[in-house]
Design a protein around this ligand. Structure first.
Ligand code: TXA
Ligand code: MG
Length: 335
């Protein structure tokens, strides 16, 4: 059952309680309805992908009640400070390096060394974010591949029964998603055009690269490049036995014979496996290299539900490496 809530004191308190206990709440923002989960809880974030039926783990935007809260999770440079002052609350998302003290989980950032943050311009959303007191990851609240929802009715059309609640704050005034601006490199780069124009951004911080303009339907971002996803150790999929010197990424009863094992889910639960995936790859890669192992064997993962996204991610990790990988891939070999 999906609860229908309105942004009264009671409705907001109930929505915050659901989010604080790992549930999913769709809520209105000025752009589109977001499907929210506690961004610090990887199991809650896994449920977002499950509810949307997303075939892959895209990095998600984390939402905050103000810039101060956002900038505890990422490292904000003067450009970010300026943009935040001018455009927040509002339809601008900033991609910045994750802060060492940040709590956003790896699944929410798709294992990237950066995180996307924004402060929405919508009173009920801000009240909710204040009440939760944690970063809230929220992609648009529609099944994967469907049109983004700008009313609570649109949300229920696609997700009724698949999410815990929808907080109905009326129609979204902007109706297109936020502009996504990557500030993690030297030059600011537009990843997705949206509610704030690039001209307005340039007026404030100077030239913005538009080399890879992205239609919102195209799930491409730096995070989607396979090289970002590659661990240093080679990855072997669908292993039915462990070869000499291999670490094991297990699913269910682990295969015998590996000196280093990370079990995605002993009980073969796909949401648990998704929640443990990025941490597992990181662990096996670092420990495996330290122990002088030569690869990572991965037990078969079923294709249905979240299994598709897990397999997509692992297929990327196992793909042949490009001859020259971008510097960011070397900075963060497993991400
Ligand atoms: O208006 C919006 O932004 C809505 C509302 C709910 O806030 N949210 C939204 O989220 O559109 P989503 O998940 O549909 O889009 C997130 C975008 C994707 O293009 C994703 O690739 C990019 O942000 N993104 C997120 N984190 C990133 C990162 N670390 N690096 C690069 N791109 C990132
Ligand atoms: Mg979307």
């Amino acid at each position: 059952m999906t609860e229908r809530l309105t942004p009264t004191d009671h409705g907001l308190a109930r929505a915050a309680q659901i989010l604080r206990t790992g549930g999913l709440v769709a809520f209105g923002t000025e752009t589109v309805y977001g499907l929210g989960a506690d961004a610090t809880d990887s199991l809650a974030v896994a449920r977002i992908f499950e509810a949307k039926g997303r075939p892959r783990f895209n990095p998600l935007i984390s939402h905050f009640p103000d810039a101060e809260a956002a900038f505890t999770q990422v490292t904000a440079d003067p450009r970010a400070q300026k943009l935040a002052e001018r455009f927040w609350p509002g339809p601008l998302t900033l991609v910045l390096p994750r802060s060492p003290r940040g709590e956003i989980c790896d699944l929410a950032t798709a294992g990237l060394p950066t995180a996307a943050v924004r402060v929405p311009a919508c009173e009920s959303a801000l009240a909710l974010l204040r009440a939760v007191g944690r970063p809230i990851a929220a992609p648009s609240a529609n099944p994967s591949g469907a049109v983004s929802p700008s009313t609570a009715a649109h949300v229920l059309n696609g997700l009724d029964g698949r999410i815990d609640a929808v907080l109905d704050s009326g129609p979204c005034p902007v109706g297109v998603e936020s502009t996504v601006l990557d500030l993690s490199g030297k030059k600011p780069r537009l990843l997705r055009p949206g509610g704030v124009t690039v001209e307005d951004i340039e007026a404030l911080i100077g030239p913005v690269e538009r080399s890879a303009p992205l239609a919102s339907a195209t799930p491409v971002a730096p995070g989607m490049l396979s090289s970002h996803y590659a661990p240093t150790l080679p990855v072997r999929l669908n292993a039915t036995s462990v070869e000499d010197g291999e670490a094991l990424l297990a699913f269910g009863a682990p295969l015998a014979g590996s000196p280093l094992v990370w079990n995605l889910s002993e009980r073969q639960a796909l949401d648990e496996a998704a929640a443990r995936l990025f941490a597992g790859l990181r662990h096996l890669d670092h420990e495996g290299a330290r122990l002088g192992l030569r690869g990572i064997a991965v037990q078969p993962i079923p294709q249905q539900g979240l299994g598709a996204a897990i397999r997509d991610r692992l297929t990327r990790a196992a793909a042949p490496r490009p001859v020259t990988s971008p510097p960011s891939a070397q900075e963060c070999p497993v991400a």
